[in-house]
Write a protein that binds this ligand. Structure first.
Ligand SMILES: Nc1ncnc2c1ncn2[C@@H]1O[C@H](COP(=O)(O)OP(=O)(O)O)[C@@H](O)[C@H]1O
Ligand SMILES: [Mg+2]
Length: 317
């Protein structure tokens, strides 16, 4: 196993391809993804449903292996890890937080016991696990609720406990797949504040998937993933002054956002549960419905308002 060199990036994905075989055909979820992250960096990945975001996180977490290409974390090529070494990687070197609040925690166990469980699997002694679990629950602001079970906690509180669980075995890397996706805006912002604080406190490297640019603003860099390929780095979008809506309802979009929409003859404007979406118009109304349906957890389809703006090319000048 290679050791980490001082100047080498902490994470390196090289030409990563992930294909799933379903019946007799293949779904290519990642088509040659290249990117690196420095130790201690926080990167957000934004992209539509089906873009391959979770597939990428699963590869970095050692939960799945790439079809082609290489995934290196801290100098270790994950494809070379087998059996116990792979299990140890998952248990000690990475922590996961998932969107589905219920997937993060065992609901018949207390918050404390959820946090001690990964340490038990790592053969940590009883006293040190209790001590560490208490410390982590304090760190995520859940010290008072250590003996409550997940159903007795709010969604935001459960995600706080989930973060404590993810950090139980002192991982260097935190992978978060839409950690605030099931929360209201206020709880989401609180969870992001917490993640930012824990990052500084524990020197974590964080890769987070989100649908939400407001959450991505907590990261050092934002990458876009679409159809299995990384697109433009949106990092500097947030460096510009935030766009203002004028009295006529006009908004001046940041240059990088405009560049994303430039090729489109028409731009669709949709009201979504998380805000207003502008996107280059494609004939994909059904897909959008499916995404919405997916986001709302299979509830009945929401009434959706939809407009199309025809861009008179050059006419506005
Ligand atoms: N286990 C799987 N088996 C088959 N297809 C999958 C599997 N996981 C993901 N996919 C497909 O791969 C593509 C990317 O999925 P995913 O990584 O979950 O995207 P995202 O997280 O961005 O929504 C989608 O077309 C999805 O249907
Ligand atoms: Mg996903």
């Amino acid at each position: 196993m290679a050791s980490e060199n001082g100047n080498a990036p902490y994470i390196r994905c090289k030409s990563v391809v992930k294909a799933y075989t379903v019946g007799d055909h293949e779904i290519v979820a990642l088509r040659g993804v290249d990117f690196t992250m420095r130790r201690g960096e926080m990167v957000a990945i934004v992209g539509p449903s089906g873009a391959g975001k979770s597939s990428l996180l699963n590869l970095l977490g050692g939960l799945d292996m790439p079809t082609a290409g290489r995934v290196l974390v801290g100098g270790t090529n994950l494809a070379e890890l087998k059996g116990r070494a792979l299990a140890a990687y998952r248990l000690r070197r990475v922590g996961f937080v998932w969107q589905q609040v219920g997937r993060n925690l065992l609901e018949h166990r207390s918050a404390l016991s959820n946090v001690t469980l990964p340490m038990m699997l790592a053969a940590e002694g009883f006293r040190s696990r209790r001590h560490r679990a208490r410390e982590l629950l304090e760190a995520v602001g859940m010290g008072e609720h250590a003996h409550k079970r997940p159903p007795q906690l709010s969604g935001g509180q459960q995600q706080r406990v989930a973060i404590a669980v993810a950090l139980a075995n002192h991982p260097d890397l935190l992978l978060a797949d839409e950690p605030t996706g099931a929360l209201d805006r206020e709880s989401a912002a609180q969870v992001m504040e917490l993640i930012a604080e824990l990052r500084a406190r524990y020197g974590l490297t964080i890769l987070m998937v989100t649908h939400d640019m407001a959450m991505a603003a907590y990261a050092d860099r934002t990458l876009t993933l679409r159809d299995g390929a990384l697109g433009q780095d949106l990092t500097h979008v947030t460096d510009e002054a935030p766009p203002q809506l004028d009295a006529e309802g006009r908004i001046r979009l940041p240059a990088l956002v405009r560049a994303q929409l430039e090729e489109a003859a028409r731009i669709a404007v949709e009201i979504r549960p998380e805000g207003v979406l502008l996107r280059p118009e494609q004939e994909q109304a059904d897909e959008t419905d499916a995404i919405l349906h997916d986001m709302l957890g299979g509830a009945e389809r929401p009434r959706r308002r939809r407009w199309r703006l025809w861009r008179g090319r050059g006419a506005h000048r």
